[in-house]
Design a protein around this ligand. Structure first.
Ligand SMILES: [Zn+2]
Length: 343
């Protein structure tokens, strides 16, 4: 998951003298960029043997060194709960669910997972649903690892999506609230795999112009729009005026960033009426064009391929006072732009 447009790329300060030679084509003299690439290359080298294993065998306990780096980076950007992150060894039940959900993913997810997903790690107490991060080989080819919140294996899809939306609003006020209903019985793991996997396919297919600043430099892109982002996004983090909504920059799903606080619940009604006029399936889609794509692909797949029927509802106490069906919305006819996920 990306948060507030800053993908939580975990960096370390390891410097490879060899790096300048290996990545001449894409390395600038910016030291942070070089440090990031050195770290990404080193992690690729450490994990590359996993590619010869079946995807499900790449679900592993996170190595202590990577857990420490992840924890430290998340704390450095304000996710104070990261101090409690714990690497989970997947149980037999976890593995069975993971394997059964792999079969449900879009074709492009399966292909990218098979060829380029180095590892999947489960973290107890992770601040969000998950995280997708890219690394590079000596030729500058991208590979990936994914972190999944262990709770995704136990919480229902509907409860997770509802909480993700509603947790951004002040908990001391009872109403209104926002709820997501998918008419399915899936666990939230399906959302974690669809969303994080969509980030991988995004990078591989160029569905959006780029994924983060380092990725932009890696691919040497000067592209400012793609078919998917055209008329919706002015740039990576800024929606077009007609797609914007109030308090967008204050979004704080799961309350991951305590310093950021929450949005007054009284604002939700107006924000909901704005959201249903945008091409977004969730408030979180407004974070960046990558989150827009990942949530759109996730919602689209759940509804069009997995038998769901998604409704996002605004409730006052227990009464539904407004609702919309994002995938049926006339604003959301974007299916033709995600064909790469099904080719
Ligand atoms: Zn994301």
């Amino acid at each position: 998951m990306k948060k507030y447009g800053m993908h939580r790329t975990v960096l370390s300060v390891i410097c490879f003298s060899l790096l300048a030679v290996l990545l001449t084509a894409c390395v600038s003299h910016d030291s942070k960029y070089e440090e990031a690439f050195a770290w990404k290359l080193r992690l690729f080298q450490r994990l590359q043997d996993n590619l010869s294993k079946p995807v499900e065998a790449r679900v592993q306990k996170m190595p202590a060194e990577l857990l420490k780096a992840t924890r430290e980076h998340e704390q450095s950007i304000g996710i104070t709960s990261a101090v409690r992150y714990a690497a989970r060894t997947p149980s037999a039940d976890d593995m069975a669910l993971f394997k059964s959900y792999l079969d449900l993913l879009p074709h492009a997810h399966k292909v990218v997972f098979e060829k380029k997903l180095l590892a999947v790690y489960l973290i107890d107490g992770f601040s969000g649903a998950g995280l997708a991060n890219w690394v590079v080989d000596q030729q500058g080819q991208t590979y990936y690892y994914i972190i999944l919140n262990s709770s995704l294996f136990r919480v229902s899809l509907d409860d997770w999506l509802s909480y993700k939306n509603d947790s951004q609003f002040d908990k001391s006020e009872a109403s209104p609230t926002i709820r997501v209903r998918t008419q399915t019985d899936y666990k939230a793991l399906i959302y974690g795999l669809l969303h994080e996997g969509a980030h991988l396919v995004d990078i591989e297919s160029g569905a959006t112009p780029y994924f983060d600043h380092h990725h932009r430099r890696l691919i040497g892109s000067t592209q400012k729009i793609s078919e998917f982002t055209d008329r919706v996004w002015l740039n990576w983090l800024q929606p077009a005026p007609q797609c914007d909504f109030a308090h967008r920059l204050e979004l704080n799903p799961y309350g991951s960033f305590p310093k950021k606080g929450s949005i007054p619940r009284a604002e939700l009604t107006e924000m909901f009426s704005q959201l249903i006029k945008t091409p977004f399936v969730s408030f979180y889609s407004g974070s960046s064009w990558n989150e827009d794509l990942a949530d759109y692909v996730s919602f689209h797949h759940i509804e069009k391929k997995l038998g769901g029927a998604i409704t996002v509802e605004l409730l006052d106490s227990e009464n539904v006072i407004d609702h919309y069906a994002p995938i049926k919305s006339p604003w959301l006819n974007r299916e033709k732009y995600i064909q790469a996920f099904y080719d």
